[in-house]
Write a new protein. Structure first.
Length: 583
């Protein structure tokens, strides 16, 4: 959070579950980096898996309660308690003291593990990401045993992507910071109005600057508003007569607060909450634009400015596309999808593969959240790294699903699988196994280094397979971590339209894939979209809202959202589709 703006800095915030998990995962990585006892490393990785399964706050547990958890012994429970009480623990401190800071940071580079980092550090003396980049450019990495030119190029690309992502946060990560600061600004005694604008208000998937507008009762108090603002890098604070800028110390996220007159507050909110090119689009035969109108007479609200041009209010997330303006002019703006429209949650994982919770736990929690159905899609057998299901385990899971459907009805678990799309575009498993599922999410997880032709052909081949029901995370991207493989989006979407394949919007905030920029085209081709969390724990269901946000940004409506269908409609769709495909 924003260093607890609403709390005293003398009262340390409790260590959250995610921070403990991150801490113990780092400990395991550092131990592997230093080639320590593999059994000790395993004890930490086991502890991470156990902690990931816990829903309740770990800091509220006693040592005795921790010791009772399977996979957490007395010694590990003591380390967890130490971390809760002090914010760190002895093993981690020792490892950090003996590891250069730059080497620790290198552990965040996608596609390179602790063992390779150890080789680079020890054999080349490289201790920073910058040094690593230079070593790649001098062709030194390719000469190390176990590396080669391909690995060197992969590392260099990862470094370049990481550099381009510096100072950015996922929308989901920026949200608590943005709302905390907004609350701070609104609750200042001298504030008459405050709003967060910019990329955050438009729901862009990543954010590099938090932008705010503020009006004050007395402008002479500017910029004293920021004197007691914690968590800001003092060296980065810059104040002018109308704009204050700073940088968040921990995340390097930039802040920008703009002072505006109260009477023009709504006008400025509109100007800073839309893509500039969108604002300059003519909205009538006279050539009027929203930008010109916003720079005109003061308005009491954004709605008033739209109304002056005979336009309905257009939500900030839609202020990107010229087509939206055309729909608004024709009074045909769609009623966008909301969280409440979703009836079920498809594409989820359990302990059968790499999930943190059992199938029953995932199902019961889904039902408790008020959903009508769950789609269980554990990994297929080729995903050995994720404990993918061999055929006999598929049968075991399907038997358990039958039992749970009897117990939990009318709630229903649909039998699914996340089938790997193999290198040639075929699906994992033989056809008789594929036929045993109600539906199949087809996704690429391996051999990601492809050009646009190979990647597109691979996806299209999978889409043409009659067993493919849903195309999972089409580009395989991990925002700010890994660029997705390049694809011809139009060709992929057209193939889905031709073969009646649904496309998922993977709601995990690291993915948000299908990208919102292609939602509009998918809808124009009558392709159904499904908001799928790809949940690996019960907490993963919470990610659904991020999928809804980006779906809305692309103009997604309930009628074109597959999991806005009822349980009966989904069951009928799966059955009819299999019949039509001759399955």
């Amino acid at each position: 959070m924003f260093l607890s703006l609403s709390e005293s800095l003398s009262q340390p915030a409790p260590v959250e579950n995610k921070d403990l998990i991150r801490m113990f995962r780092l400990t395991a990585s550092l131990m592997e980096l230093h080639d320590e006892n593999p059994f000790k490393i395993k004890s930490y990785t086991n502890a991470v898996m156990v902690l990931e399964r816990l829903e309740s706050p770990i800091h509220q547990m006693s040592q005795a309660q921790l010791e009772k958890l399977d996979g957490i012994g007395k010694g590990m429970a003591a380390k967890i308690m130490e971390a809760i009480q002090t914010g760190t623990h002895t093993d981690l401190n020792r490892l950090l003291e003996t590891t250069p800071e730059g080497v620790v940071l290198m552990l965040n580079i996608k596609g390179i593990g602790p063992k390779k980092i150890r080789t680079i550090w020890k054999e080349l003396g490289v201790e920073t990401a910058e040094g690593l980049r230079e070593a790649c450019e001098r062709n030194e990495l390719s000469k190390l045993k176990g590396f080669g030119a391909k690995t060197q190029e992969t590392i260099l690309q990862a470094l370049q992507y990481s550099e381009a992502s510096k100072g950015k946060l996922l929308w989901a990560e920026a949200e608590p910071l943005a709302l905390d600061l907004l609350s701070y600004l609104k609750n200042r005694p001298e504030t008459t109005a405050a709003e967060v604008v910019g990329d955050f208000r438009r729901n862009l998937e990543t954010v590099d600057t938090l932008q705010y507008l503020v009006s004050l009762q007395n402008d002479s108090t500017w910029p004293g508003v920021f004197e007691d603002l914690p968590g800001i890098s003092a060296q980065e604070m810059v104040s002018g007569p109308f704009v204050w800028r700073g940088v968040l110390s921990e995340s390097s996220l930039k802040l920008e607060v703009r002072l505006v007159p109260e009477r023009r507050f709504a006008n400025q909110v509109l100007l800073y909450s839309a893509h500039p090119a969108w604002l300059t689009q003519p909205v009538n035969e006279a050539g009027d634009t929203l930008m010109a109108e916003a720079y005109g007479e003061p308005a009491a609200s954004e709605e008033e400015i739209f109304g002056r041009l005979q336009l309905p209010f257009i939500a900030p997330e839609l202020r990107e596309s010229a087509r939206v303006l055309e729909l608004a002019k024709a009074n045909q703006l769609p009623s966008l999808l909301t969280d409440q429209d979703l009836k079920g949650i498809l594409h989820n994982h359990s302990t059968y593969s790499d999930g943190a919770h059992t199938l029953e736990q995932m199902a019961v929690h889904c039902k408790q959240l008020g959903f009508e159905y769950l789609g269980m899609c554990d990994h297929s057998k080729s995903a050995f790294y994720a404990n993918g299901l061999q055929e006999f385990r598929v049968r075991e899971q399907q038997k358990e699903i039958d039992r749970l459907n009897q117990e939990l009805g009318p709630f229903r678990i649909f039998k699914g699988i996340e089938s790997d799309i193999l290198a040639d575009g075929s699906l994992d498993y033989d056809n008789d196994v594929l036929a045993s599922f109600d539906f199949i999410v087809a996704s690429i997880h391996s051999n990601l280094k492809m050009d646009v032709i190979k990647a597109t052909d691979r996806l299209v081949n999978a889409i043409q397979n009659p067993y493919t029901t849903i195309l999972g995370h089409p580009t395989g991207r991990l925002l700010l971590r890994r660029e997705g493989y390049p694809i011809d989006h139009k060709a992929v979407i057209d193939a889905c339209a031709e073969n009646q394949v649904i496309i998922e919007i993977n709601a995990n905030p690291w993915r948000l894939d299908l990208d919102w920029r292609w939602v509009e085209y998918a809808l124009s081709q009558n392709v159904l979209l499904s908001i799928n969390p790809d949940a690996h724990s019960m907490r993963g269901y919470d990610d659904m809202r991020y999928g809804v946000l980006v779906g809305r940004k692309g103009g997604l409506i309930p009628e074109m959202t597959f999991n806005a269908k009822s349980r009966e409609e989904v069951a009928a769709y799966f059955a009819d589709r299999k019949k039509a495909k001759g399955i």
